[in-house]
Design a protein around this ligand. Structure first.
Ligand code: URA
Ligand code: URA
Length: 191
C-alpha cells in the first residue's frame, strides 16, 4: 500500500548527507504500522535504537508503549513511530540544526506519504521542528494545532522527561500526559 515509503526508506538507509552517517550503527527510519491515522514524531535515536535500527525501543520506548496501551492503542496495530532525525547523535546530544536540515526531507516524506490525521509531537526537539513558533512544550502540550494535509497535531511530553519526573499527582507531567492520551484517544475514535 505504501510502496513510496519503502523507496524513501531505502534512500534514507543509504544517506550520508550529514556527519551522523559516519558514527551510526543503524539508520532508524520507523517502527509500528504505516497508517493514515496516527503518527508519533520523537527526537532522535538513542543507544538502543541505534543498535536495533528501531525507534523507541529503550526505557523511554517502553514507557511510550505503556502510555498507548493504557487507552487500548498499540504500536503493532495503530501507531507509526519515527523521529525528527534518523541517526543517533553521539552521546545522545541534541541534534544540530544542520543535521535536522539534512534529515528533514525524510520526515517530510513520511508525513506527505502517510497523511496522518493525527500527529503527536513528542518532546521539545520535535516541537521545535514541527511547530517552531508556538512556545515551549510546557505551554503547548495537550493543545491541538493544525498540521499539514489537515492533520491535527498535539505536542506531548517526551517519555524520557516523564521518567525523570515520577510523580503521578494531579498537575504533574505524568498526570498531564494521562489527560493528553485520553484526549488523543477520544479524537482517534472519531476518525
Ligand atoms: N527518544 C526518542 O526521541 N526517540 C527514540 O527513538 C528513542 C528515544
Ligand atoms: N522538556 C523536554 O525537553 N521535553 C519534554 O517533553 C518536557 C520538558
Amino acid at each position: 500500500m505504501y510502496e513510496e515509503l519503502e523507496t524513501i526508506k531505502d534512500k534514507c538507509h543509504k544517506c550520508n548527507k550529514c556527519a551522523l552517517s559516519k558514527t551510526r550503527t543503524n539508520v532508524v527510519f520507523s517502527d509500528g504500522i504505516a497508517n493514515n491515522k496516527l503518527m508519533l514524531v520523537g527526537e532522535a535515536p538513542g543507544y538502543w535504537e541505534d543498535q536495533k535500527g528501531k525507534p523507541f525501543v529503550g526505557k523511554a520506548g517502553q514507557l511510550l508503549d505503556k502510555i498507548f496501551n493504557c487507552v487500548g492503542l498499540s504500536r503493532e496495530k495503530d501507531v507509526y513511530i519515527c523521529n525528527t532525525i534518523k541517526c543517533r547523535p553521539p552521546e545522545n546530544r541534541n541534534p544540530l540544526p544542520e543535521e535536522k536540515e539534512a534529515c528533514r526531507e525524510f520526515l517530510d516524506a513520511q508525513i506527505e506519504i502517510l497523511k496522518p490525521k493525527i500527529i503527536l509531537i513528542c518532546g521539545s526537539v520535535a516541537l521545535n521542528s514541527l511547530l517552531p513558533n508556538e512556545g515551549g512544550i510546557t505551554k503547548v502540550r495537550g493543545k491541538w494545532f493544525e498540521g499539514p494535509y489537515g492533520a491535527k497535531m498535539m505536542p506531548i511530553f517526551h517519555p524520557s522527561y516523564l521518567l525523570r519526573n515520577d510523580s503521578r499527582e494531579k498537575g504533574s507531567p505524568k498526570w498531564l500526559t494521562w489527560q493528553d492520551i485520553k484526549e488523543i484517544k477520544r479524537v482517534y475514535d472519531e476518525l
